[in-house]
Ligand binder design. Structure first.
Ligand SMILES: [Zn+2]
Ligand SMILES: [Zn+2]
Length: 459
C-alpha cells in the first residue's frame, strides 16, 4: 500500500529552551504548547495528503517525556496522538555533527529515526557519555575530532539497535554534507567508513532527483524528501514528502522500504524556490553592513564570478545548491549535463498552493485567514493538495471551474502549464518569489543590483 511520509520535522522545542530549570508550571506550559503543535499537525497533514510525520527532536528530554505521556503505539514504532487518529508519528530527530576541516568546522545535519522510546533513551545516554550538551538544545552538536571519530560514533548509534537509521539531511545546502560551508567531494570525506552504511539521503528543498542525478556517488542511494518544517503553518508543513510502497504500516517495514529503495516517488518543492538554489549575496541578519536590501546579486553557475567573490562587497558569495551539484559532479568525474539527466527515481514538483493563492490574491502574509479559507475550499473539492499536481490540466479545470474564484483558477492554470518562474530565484538564504505568467531559465541568470560602483571582479 501507498504510504506518504514526511520523515524530517521539528517540535516546538527546536528553538531551544531552558529545560533544566523548568518549574512544574513551566513544564505544563511547555506541554500545552507542544501538544497543541501535535494537534495542529494532526489536522494539517490530511490537507497535504500525508499519513505519517516525524516527531522531530525526539531525544530532547522534556519532549521525550511529553511524547511518552501523550502518544499511543498503534503498530510497532508507529504512534498516534491519543484521541487524534488522522496522522501517524515516527520517532525522529536531527543532530548536528561537526568535524574540523582546513582549520574550520564542517557542520553536517543528520536525521535519525528510532524504532521505540527505549532506543531513544539509549541514544541520549550515548550523548551523555560523549559529553554532548543536549539538555538545552533540541538539535545538539556532536563535536568530532576526526573522520574516524565521526564514523565510530555513527556506528555506536547504529549498534544500539539494527533498526535505527541515519540519513544525511538536505545534503546540498550549506549545512549539508555536500554544502558550501566547507566543500567536500565525497560522502567519505566526512563520514569516513560509515559512508558505506549510507543507504538514504535527503534531497532538501533546493534540490531534487534531477539535480542529484548529476552526482555519480548518489546513483544507488534512496533519495527522500521531507519538509524540515519548524512550524505547523500550511506553507511550511508537508511542502516535500516521500511516497513509499509498504506491505504494512510498521516502523520496520518503512525502514526496509527506505533501505531497499522502494520509494514510489517523492514530491518536491521547486528547487528554484529553495533558499539556497543560486549562488549569490544579499544583506542579512547575520551579516549587517555588507550591503543593504537594495543591493544584491545572484548567478547561475556559468556566470559566477571567479573565486566566488561578490562584485558588490568583495566578500565570499554564498554558493548555491545548483553550483555545488555541478562542482561535485565534476570532482567525482561525472561528465553529466543537467538537461540529460533522466532520474531513476520518479518525482513530482509541487509549487506550494499557499504560494499560488498568496500571489493570486496579492496577500503577502502566507498565514492570512483569507488564504487558509481559499486553501480549505480547494481542498474540500479535490482532496489533499498533492492531488492537484497529479491531475492533468483538463482534469483540474473540470473539477474547479465555476467552483473557485476565476483569478485563482487562472493562477493554477499558469502553474499547471509551466507558465511561471521565480523572481528572484532562491539565493543566499532567501526563498524564491513566485512570478506567474512568465517563464524563466535558471541556467541563464546574472543579476547584480547595486547603487554604488561595482568593485573589479573577474567573471
Ligand atoms: Zn537541518
Ligand atoms: Zn556582497
Amino acid at each position: 500500500m501507498e504510504l506518504t511520509a514526511d520523515l524530517h520535522a521539528h517540535s516546538v522545542f527546536a528553538g531551544g529552551t531552558q529545560a533544566l530549570k523548568l518549574t512544574p508550571e513551566k513544564y505544563s506550559e511547555n506541554k500545552k504548547k507542544a501538544v497543541n503543535h501535535l494537534i495542529k499537525t494532526n489536522e494539517t497533514m490530511p490537507l497535504k495528503g500525508i499519513d505519517l510525520i516525524g516527531t522531530g527532536d525526539c531525544q530532547f528530554t522534556i519532549w521525550t517525556e511529553i511524547l511518552k505521556e501523550v502518544v499511543i503505539e498503534d503498530s510497532p514504532g508507529i504512534f498516534y496522538l491519543e484521541g487524534n487518529f488522522n496522522t501517524r508519528f515516527i520517532l525522529q530527530t536531527e543532530i548536528i555533527f561537526t568535524l574540523p576541516v582546513q582549520k574550520h568546522s564542517k557542520i553536517v545535519h543528520i536525521v535519525f529515526l528510532f524504532p521505540n522510546f527505549t532506543t531513544v533513551d539509549s541514544f541520549r545516554d550515548l550523548l551523555n557519555r560523549w559529553g554532548v550538551k543536549h539538555e538545552k538544545m533540541a538539535r545538539p552538536y556532536v563535536k568530532c575530532e576526526s573522520k574516524v571519530q565521526v564514523s565510530h560514533r555513527i556506528f555506536q548509534i547504529l549498534e544500539i539497535d539494527p533498526l535505527i537509521e541515519f540519513i544525511p539531511a538536505h545534503i546540498m545546502t550549506p549545512q549539508g554534507v555536500f554544502g558550501s560551508n566547507i566543500k567536500l567531494t565525497r560522502l567519505s570525506d566526512f563520514f569516513g567508513t560509515a559512508s558505506s552504511r549510507i543507504k538514504i539521503v535527503e534531497t532538501g528543498l533546493s534540490a531534487d532527483p534531477q539535480f542529484l542525478g548529476l552526482i555519480p556517488e548518489l546513483d544507488n542511494k534512496t533519495l527522500i524528501s521531507n519538509s524540515d518544517a519548524h512550524s505547523s503553518a500550511l506553507h511550511r508543513m508537508g511542502r516535500e514528502f516521500t511516497v513509499l510502497n509498504v506491505s504494512k504500516i510498521t516502523y520496520s517495514q518503512i525502514i526496509k522500504c527506505l533501505r531497499n529503495n522502494k520509494v514510489d516517488y517523492t514530491v518536491e518543492f521547486p528547487p528554484e524556490e529553495g533558499r539556497f538554489f543560486l549562488t549569490g549575496h544579499r544583506s542579512g541578519r547575520k551579516k549587517p553592513g555588507l550591503h543593504d536590501d537594495s543591493q544584491y546579486c545572484y548567478f547561475s553557475p556559468q556566470y559566477v564570478p571567479k573565486n566566488d567573490i561578490c562584485p558588490i562587497c568583495h566578500k565570499s558569495l554564498t554558493i548555491g545548491v545548483f553550483q555545488r551539484c555541478m562542482e561535485i559532479s565534476k570532482a567525482q568525474g561525472g561528465q553529466r549535463n543537467l538537461n540529460d539527466i533522466n532520474p531513476k527515481q520518479k518525482f513530482i514538483r509541487m509549487v506550494p498552493l499557499i504560494d499560488i493563492l498568496s500571489k493570486a490574491r496579492n496577500v503577502k502574509t502566507k498565514t492570512a485567514k483569507s488564504l487558509i479559507r481559499d486553501y480549505q475550499h480547494i481542498n474540500s473539492i479535490i482532496g489533499p493538495e498533492s492531488i492537484l499536481w497529479k491531475m492533468t490540466l483538463d482534469e483540474m479545470e473540470a473539477k474547479l471551474s465555476g467552483q473557485i474564484d476565476e483569478t485563482i483558477l487562472n493562477a493554477l492554470k499558469h502553474v499547471k502549464k509551466g507558465n511561471f518562474t521565480f523572481y528572484p530565484y532562491g539565493y543566499d538564504g532567501k526563498y524564491g518569489a513566485l512570478k506567474l505568467g512568465e517563464r524563466g531559465n535558471f541556467q541563464d541568470i546574472k543579476v547584480i543590483k547595486s547603487s554604488t560602483p561595482l568593485q573589479q571582479v573577474l567573471f
